[in-house]
Ligand binder design. Structure first.
Ligand code: HEC
Ligand code: HEC
Ligand code: HEC
Length: 358
C-alpha cells in the first residue's frame, strides 16, 4: 500500500505555484505558435471551449426566426471583418491566418456543428486567447443574429452568389483604396452605387439630408451610434471624406422603397393618425412635428424609407439603444411610449409616403 506523507504533500502543494512562477519567469514555456500544441493540450482547449460555449448558450434568448432580411449587410461585413481569417467562397484563408494557433476554421464546413444559440454566443463575445474577436458593439443583438443567419446560408453559397451578396453587382472594390471613387465603391457594396441597395434592412441613403448623413457617420465612427455593420466603414474614412461622402449620397436622386407587399388599410390609417397627432395618453408626440417637410436638416427624411429598417430603428430608440447626432435624445423620448403594433403601423405608413420636402 502506498502511504501518503501528508506533511510532504502539503509542502509540495505550497511550493508548486512558486515553481510554476519560476518556470514562467525563466521563460522555459514555449509560447511560439510554430510548433503547434501537444495533441492533449489541443484536445483539452477545444473541449473547454466547446463546453463553455454550450453552457453559456443556454442563457441566450433566441428570436422566433433568424432575421434573413439582414443577410446582405451581414455578408458585406463578413467580407471585411471575418473572411481575412476564416476565408470565404472563392477566397482562401490568408497565409497569416493559416499560421495562427488555433487556426481559424473554414466556416463553410464547421458551422453545421453548432446550434444557432452557440453561434450567437461565439460571434457576440468572441473566444479568448484565440484571436476570435467579439462583435464591435455589445448593444446590437439584432446584428449578431443577422450574422448567424448569414453563417447558416454560407455552406450553400457558391462563389458567384457569395460575391453578389458581399460586394453587390459591381464586384469587389479594392481593399486599401485612397481614392474618393474607391470609398464610394466601398459604401456601394452594401448601399448600392445609387444609394438604394442592400436589401430590406439597409437604409436608403440617396437624397437623405447631407447634414444628417455626415452627423450619422461621425456618430458611427465615434461609437455614439452602435452598429457593428457601420463601425468598420465609418472608422475607415477621415473627417474630410465623411463630408464629401455625405454630399455625394445626398445629391443622388432620392429613391422610394419598392413597396412589394400589400399593407392593410387600417394599419396605414392608424400609422397616419399617430404620425399627425401622436398618442397623448402614452406621451408619444406627433412625428410630423419633426419629420415633416420643413424640418431641421439634422432630422432625417423618413418618408419612403424601408419599413423593416424604420421598425428596427424605432425598437432601438424605444430601448434606449440608438444614439446618433446632437438631437437623437429627442427621438429617444418620442419613441418611449410606442407599442409593437404602433411601430409596425408607423413603419408601414411612412414607408408608403412620398416626401414633399426634398
Ligand atoms: C483575427 C482572426 C479572426 C477574425 C477576424 C474572426 N475570427 Fe472567428 N475564429 C477565429 C479563430 C482562431 C477561431 C477558433 C477558435 C477556437 O478554435 O477556439 C474562430 C472561431 C469562430 C467560430 C467557431 C467555429 C468553429 O467551428 O470553431 C465562428 C462561428 C466564428 N469564428 C465566426 C466569426 C465571424 C462571424 C467573424 C466576423 C465577424 C469572425 N469569426 C472573425 C479567428 C477569427
Ligand atoms: C457592411 C455593409 C455596409 C457598408 C460597407 C456601409 N454601410 Fe452604411 N449602413 C449599413 C447598415 C446595415 C446600416 C443600418 C445601421 C443600423 O442599423 O443602425 C447603415 C447605415 C448607414 C447610415 C445611416 C442612415 C440613416 O438613415 O440613419 C449612413 C449615413 C451610412 N450607412 C452611410 C454609409 C457610407 C457613407 C458608407 C461608406 C463609407 C457605408 N455606409 C458603408 C451597411 C453598410
Ligand atoms: C422632437 C423631434 C422628433 C419627434 C417628435 C420625432 N422624431 Fe424621429 N427623429 C428625430 C431626430 C432628431 C432623429 C435623428 C436622430 C439621430 O441624430 O440619429 C430622428 C430619427 C428618427 C428615425 C431614424 C431614421 C433613420 O434614418 O435612421 C425614425 C425611424 C424616426 N425618427 C421616426 C419617428 C416617429 C415614427 C416619430 C413619431 C412617433 C418621431 N420620429 C418623432 C426627431 C424627432
Amino acid at each position: 500500500m502506498i502511504r501518503i506523507n501528508w506533511k510532504h504533500a502539503a509542502v509540495a502543494l505550497a511550493v508548486l505555484p512558486f515553481a510554476a512562477l519560476l518556470f514562467a519567469w525563466i521563460g522555459f514555456f514555449n509560447v511560439g505558435a510554430s510548433t503547434g500544441h501537444w495533441k492533449i493540450t489541443d484536445w483539452f482547449l477545444h473541449f473547454a471551449m466547446r463546453s463553455a460555449v454550450r453552457t453559456y448558450a443556454l442563457a441566450v434568448n433566441e428570436p422566433e426566426r433568424l432575421p434573413v432580411e439582414a443577410i446582405k449587410p451581414a455578408a458585406g461585413h463578413f467580407a471585411r471583418g471575418c473572411a481575412i481569417c476564416h476565408g470565404a467562397p472563392g477566397e482562401p484563408r490568408s497565409p497569416a491566418a493559416m499560421n495562427m494557433l488555433p487556426r481559424p476554421p473554414d466556416l463553410s464546413y464547421s458551422v453545421g456543428e453548432w446550434q444557432d444559440a452557440e453561434l450567437f454566443r461565439i460571434v457576440k463575445h468572441g473566444v479568448r486567447f484565440t484571436g476570435m474577436p467579439a462583435w464591435p458593439t455589445q448593444n446590437r443583438d439584432d446584428e449578431v443574429w443577422a450574422m448567424v443567419a448569414f453563417l447558416r446560408a454560407l455552406p450553400d453559397l457558391d462563389v458567384g452568389s457569395y460575391r453578389e451578396l458581399a460586394y453587390g453587382n459591381a464586384g469587389a472594390p479594392e481593399l486599401h483604396t485612397t481614392s474618393f471613387g474607391g470609398a464610394v465603391a466601398e459604401c456601394g457594396r452594401c448601399h448600392g452605387a445609387d444609394g438604394a441597395g442592400g436589401g430590406p434592412a439597409t437604409p436608403l441613403i440617396a437624397g437623405q439630408s447631407e447634414a444628417y448623413l455626415a452627423a450619422s457617420m461621425e456618430a458611427f465612427a465615434e461609437g455614439r451610434r452602435a452598429s457593428g455593420f457601420m463601425a468598420l466603414p465609418a472608422a475607415a474614412v477621415d473627417a474630410a471624406e465623411i463630408d464629401a461622402l455625405a454630399a455625394h449620397f445626398a445629391a443622388l436622386p432620392p429613391q422610394r422603397h419598392d413597396a412589394g407587399q400589400e399593407v392593410a388599410q387600417d394599419r396605414l390609417e392608424r400609422g397616419e393618425r399617430i404620425a399627425r397627432a401622436g398618442v397623448a395618453a402614452a406621451g408619444v408626440p406627433a412625428c410630423l412635428g419633426c419629420h415633416g417637410a420643413d424640418r431641421n436638416p439634422l432630422y432625417p427624411r423618413i418618408r419612403g424609407q424601408r419599413p423593416d429598417y424604420l421598425a428596427q430603428q424605432l425598437r432601438l430608440f424605444r430601448a434606449g439603444q440608438r444614439g446618433g447626432g446632437p438631437f437623437s435624445h429627442l427621438m429617444t423620448n418620442a419613441a418611449k411610449g410606442l407599442t409593437d403594433e404602433d411601430i409596425l403601423d408607423l413603419a408601414a405608413y411612412f414607408a408608403t409616403q412620398d416626401d414633399p420636402g426634398r
